[in-house]
Design a protein around this ligand. Sequence first.
Ligand SMILES: NC(=O)c1ccc[n+]([C@@H]2O[C@H](COP(=O)([O-])OP(=O)(O)OC[C@H]3O[C@@H](n4cnc5c(N)ncnc54)[C@H](O)[C@@H]3O)[C@@H](O)[C@H]2O)c1
Length: 328
Amino acid sequence: MNLESKRVLVTGADGFIGSHLVEHLIRSGARVTALAQYNSFNFWGWLEDLPSLGGIEVVSGDIRDSHFCLSLLKEIDVLFHLAALIPVPYSYQAPDSFLDTNIRGTLNLCQAALARGVEKMIHTSTSEVYGTAKYLPVDENHPLHAQSPYSASKIGADAVAISFKCSFGLPIVIARPFNTYGPRQSARAVIPTIISQIASGLSRVRLGDLTTTRDFTYVDDTCRGFLAIAGLPDGEIFHIGSGEEIAIGDLFKLIVEIMKSDAEIEIESARKRPPESEVLRLRCSAQKLREASGFHPDVPLREGLRRTIDWFRDANNLRRYKEHLYNV
Ligand SMILES: NC(=O)c1ccc[n+]([C@@H]2O[C@H](COP(=O)([O-])OP(=O)(O)OC[C@H]3O[C@@H](n4cnc5c(N)ncnc54)[C@H](O)[C@@H]3O)[C@@H](O)[C@H]2O)c1
């Protein structure tokens, strides 16, 4: 889809992937409106760091409010919906907030997109909807298994999105990224957790389960995947992933090697998920998106980690992280 001069709204633009997606959209010539979650500090999250902030409109608000969503979608051609509550451990503590934000928030945006006649809505799912893989690589037909309230809330949100296509003809397509990493990611995720602790000079890095595997994609590739998916048929789900899996223990060794660190692991049981909630293995089949659009990730894991480490080594960036705490 040619996004040049299109009026594009990004929800979750104040967050990790959303702030990078805004930068990609600016480069593609789109007229970007970025939603930051309302707070009384008028703080726009990672959008504050974008050099190109002057070229976009930033709106503060909350996707849980249907009236707000209806006014937000006025004069929007394309909606990338990324806003969500996403940390699995926090979803054990606050499941109500996850269902409210992820399911009701998605419902509000689907209703507003339909009422305003948007040309395309791109809804964001997650590989967490599958739970532990029953077969590998995981394709889009793999059964869903809600092993955490976060997963349940995203399965619900995806179902709302698909129902709006089937029931009302909403032009909506679903992007389902596997784990994404890169600059600006919250330390609730494992790669920033490891890098921020080492970059802060800690000699013992606190981690949870080391045996689980994940499929990691560098954030610029994930954003390119989003742009590719925007032009694909309504009602379809497309994975974004690398097709390679790595165990967390091996990921730690790789980061230590790149950072030339002699840090060691200290297992902290509080960082482990309850056994039945832990997603043990994930590896993406990226074939459907590749065949539909030609898209494939460009940045190998070692190179993406190097870029991420460089970013974390900048003291201005590292000071935003509380490496001594467990960020749920
Ligand atoms: N990071 C990953 O590895 C990954 C993998 C698969 C899918 N995803 C999905 O990608 C999307 C973005 O994830 P991220 O990693 O950038 O997370 P993030 O937490 O950095 O960004 C999410 C943003 O949503 C905003 N938000 C939350 N509640 C809101 C509300 N009620 N109203 C308005 N805004 C609200 C937050 O302010 C936050 O900045 C999410 O939908 C997530 O489920 C992420």
